[in-house]
Design a protein around this ligand. Structure first.
Ligand SMILES: Nc1ncnc2c1ncn2[C@@H]1O[C@H](COP(=O)(O)OP(=O)(O)O)[C@@H](O)[C@H]1O
Ligand SMILES: [Mg+2]
Length: 367
């Protein structure tokens, strides 16, 4: 799994089994691998400028896939597991626009994940399941979020309303009312996760991210910035909704740089990140008994303590406490989608994505 934060590659090696629509998994090994500096800066550049030339795109497709292949080879060595049956390969999202637009005399919605499943399958000599989002979009869906299928099977409770909150680059929630059926699951993006905090950490402090929220903790909230950020319509927009760096990018904050203390700016942006989550739970995902937090943001103690202060009525746990490392959750979820693809099991939730029917997501290379 490689997400929008471009912080690197998360790998989870899992063993799944199923019986009568009930699933089990065992996490055997998990780890994080960095991108090479060259690849990371090229990806950052292409995503923020939304353009590149065809030669670069074609070469990048292979170079990115080779870094994934190397990481998998290293994971096999470190874990001592050599018999991998299949790889679930999300790819790097370079473009995601599920809204139809006029194009070439047609009406077109599209998503594009960098990475060649065929190349990966060939160099690893292993089956690879990839391109998970295209068929949901072809059925009129958002192509996202896809992790709620995993949340439904592994985090739903018989007697508690549960929220799975993932704080990646963007924050998203899956609301699982107690004992719900698959078509009662609600899931959507709340707004920024770590993305705006990362931008402030990088541009104002020259570090990749705000480790444990230590920088934000030293600042004060600037009402002028906070009051402006919370007016962004997306925050209170009704689900289904999804967002990305198209909206939550440097342009939102850079006008404040130099005008206020850098600690106050990052604190305010962190507070806004928490506000977007809390407001969406208040409006669209309640009552909630338990919130299970995952993603890199689960390691930001400033965010965690602000959430605990503002949502006193619910228990807030980090997914690690349930035996799932927070950084590995999405990788485990895509391994699960790959496992289901090999069994032909439908994995999108039409109530969540808006697709006209459920379908087994992904395509298999390397039979
Ligand atoms: N110790 C930490 N303290 C604060 N933030 C962290 C920490 N570790 C990771 N993060 C944040 O998590 C982000 C990566 O989260 P991740 O869930 O991998 O997102 P994505 O799915 O977008 O790649 C980093 O960019 C960083 O902002
Ligand atoms: Mg990541």
């Amino acid at each position: 799994m490689t997400g929008t934060s471009l912080d690197g590659i998360d790998i989870a090696i899992c063993k799944f089994n199923s019986f009568q629509n009930k699933y089990n998994f065992e996490l055997i090994w998990q780890g994080h691998f960095c991108f090479s500096n060259q690849l990371r800066s090229l990806l950052l550049d292409i995503i923020s400028n939304k353009s590149t030339d065809l030669k670069t795109l074609s070469q990048l497709n292979i170079a990115y896939t080779n870094e994934i292949a190397n990481a998998i080879e290293q994971a096999k060595i470190k874990s001592g597991i050599s018999n991998i049956e299949a790889v679930g390969f999300h790819g790097q999202t370079l473009w995601h626009n599920p809204q139809k637009e006029a194009f070439c005399g047609q009406s077109v919605a599209s998503t594009f994940q960098l990475g060649s499943g065929t190349h990966l399958s060939t160099v690893l000599n292993t089956k690879v399941v990839y391109d998970f989002r295209t068929s949901d979009i072809a059925l009129g869906g958002q192509g996202a979020p896809l992790v709620p299928f995993f949340d439904y099977h592994f985090l739903k409770s018989d007697n508690e309303n549960v929220i799975a909150l993932n704080i990646g680059g963007i924050s998203n929630i899956t609301f699982l009312p107690k004992n719900c059926s698959a078509d009662a699951v609600i899931a959507f993006d709340c707004g920024p996760g770590n993305c705006l905090i990362d931008i402030c950490a990088q541009k104002l402090f020259g570090v990749d991210f705000d480790e444990n929220g230590a920088l934000a903790s030293q600042g004060e909230i600037v009402p002028e910035i906070f009051d402006e950020l919370i007016t962004i319509n997306f925050i209170r927009q009704k689900p289904p909704k999804s967002t990305g760096k198209e909206l939550f990018n440097v342009s939102l904050t850079q006008k404040f740089f130099g005008k206020y203390s850098k600690y106050d700016i990052i604190r305010t942006v962190a507070e806004f990140t928490v506000y977007a989550i809390v407001e969406n739970i208040r409006l669209y995902a309640n009552p909630v008994d338990k919130i299970v937090v995952s993603g890199g943001g689960a390691k930001n103690s400033y965010i965690l303590s602000a959430l605990r202060k503002q949502i006193e009525s619910s228990e807030i746990v980090i997914i690690d406490e349930l035996g799932i490392p927070s950084g590995a959750k999405e990788a485990i979820a895509f391994a699960f989608l790959a496992y289901c693809k090999l069994l032909g099991i439908a994995t999108n939730l039409p109530s969540v994505t808006g697709a006209s029917k459920s379908i087994s997501l992904g395509v298999v290379a390397g039979y």
